[in-house]
Design a protein around this ligand. Structure first.
Ligand SMILES: C[S@@+](CC[C@H](N)C(=O)[O-])C[C@H]1O[C@@H](n2cnc3c(N)ncnc32)[C@H](O)[C@@H]1O
Length: 363
């Protein structure tokens, strides 16, 4: 039973307030009302379905959930969080599987596999047929069925070895997805991360630009920056120097390309972990540090590394209130003030909430 819209808003804001009270020890944290930039449904441009044995052993295509109290693959005819065109693609894939015993058997016996449906804001559609140890069964035949509906179909396989990653084999069309954000063009391999709610992503950029203050003449770090959407906007707005640091090589390459196309000469990308980048930067002050870590929050040494650069402002963009509350603590202890905390509903109908927090050094 889904929570009613107005309850979702209050409840998500309260998750942030509770975490700041309980974990950061702030008695009465000032947290803005939740922002909801997108529609409450059909807001995702990327959904990953699983295809494999369902609870009765026959092939199912859907999402993982609980069936009679047990975790299992729930067969889904469509998904309310993606748009009608993506649901039509899903229906065609389901029809192909339903019409062929050999395909259903292969999915049930060798699965689970994954089916990635992605779209760009320009309306291009990409399907990724994803296998871990083996190739998605009958991928070539399925791809040829989808050519009218999808601009690209790609076979994806986990790359073995320590460096990991995903190997993409184009079956139809361009194996990359191109997304435009604020006039920047990001060309990414099929499986690479990008914000999945474009309106929500835009809201985060606007909040970052608002809380960053005047970037002119400033040295800015965009840590866990992905393609560097925050950093590039600040570079274009006149920052003296921007460095985007991320461990994902594909994101870094896509960001470098976007910066080059935009003619920005004040932006550099550092590929690697935030921890080792910060170690190399001690003694080189920054004016503003933006950090958008994964759910697990800052790794060891990251908060002291940022503090060592004596930034006047620190902006944390977080997808997990408890780790946000933990990560702001060293800054509060060092005398920073928590000036803004703004929750954003990037994922309506789920328990997730994104938060942008501004910490300011007060002399
Ligand atoms: C929540 S995403 C944010 C990406 C970006 N700011 C955006 O809005 O698209 C987190 C990013 O952190 C990167 N990452 C995870 N662990 C990392 C680490 N230890 N060092 C550097 N980057 C890391 C991931 O590759 C991913 O791009």
């Amino acid at each position: 039973m889904p929570l009613a819209e107005e309850h979702q808003r209050d409840w998500k804001r309260r998750l942030v307030v509770d975490a700041l009270q309980r974990i950061s020890g702030i008695a009465d944290p000032r947290v803005d009302p939740l922002r909801r930039p997108s529609t409450p449904l059909a807001y995702r441009n990327r959904v990953e379905f699983s295809a494999g044995p369902g609870p009765d052993g026959a092939a199912a295509i859907g999402l993982w959930g609980r069936i009679d109290g047990e975790r299992g693959l729930v067969d889904l005819p469509d998904c309310a969080l993606q748009d009608a065109t993506a649901n039509a693609l899903l229906a065609s894939i389901r029809e192909f599987v339903a019409a062929r015993d050999d395909v259903g058997r292969a999915l049930a016996e060798q699965g689970p596999f994954r089916i990635l449906l992605r779209s760009s804001s320009a309306g291009r559609r990409l399907v990724g047929l994803w296998g871990t140890t083996t190739r998605f069964p009958f991928a070539d035949e399925l791809a040829s069925r989808l050519t009218d509906q999808a601009d690209s179909v790609v076979s994806l396989r986990a790359r073995p070895g320590r460096r990991g990653g995903v190997r993409a084999e184009p079956l139809h069309g361009d194996p990359f997805i191109t997304e435009r954000v604020g006039g920047f063009e990001f060309r990414l391999p099929a499986a690479s991360f990008m914000q999945v709610n474009p309106a929500g992503g835009r809201e985060l950029i606007d909040l970052v630009l608002d809380y960053a203050g005047d970037p002119r003449g400033r040295r800015i770090l965009d840590l866990y920056g992905g393609v560097g959407a925050f950093g590039l906007h600040l570079a274009r707005a006149g920052a003296r120097h921007v460095v985007v640091c991320d461990a994902d090589r594909d994101a870094v390459e896509a960001g470098k390309r976007a910066a080059r196309l935009a003619g920005l000469r004040n932006t550099r990308y550092a590929h690697g972990t935030v921890r080792s980048y910060l170690r190399s930067q001690q003694g080189k002050p920054a004016d503003l540090v933006i950090a958008n870590p994964p759910r697990s929050g800052f790794g060891r040494g990251v908060a002291p590394g940022i503090l060592g650069l004596t930034p006047a402002r620190v902006l944390i963009v977080s997808c997990d209130p408890p780790t946000l509350a933990r990560d702001v603590q060293p800054f509060l202890e060092a005398g920073y003030a928590l000036d803004h905390v703004t929750p954003v509903d990037l994922f309506p109908q789920t328990h997730h909430v994104e938060t942008v927090a501004l910490l300011t050094a007060h002399p």
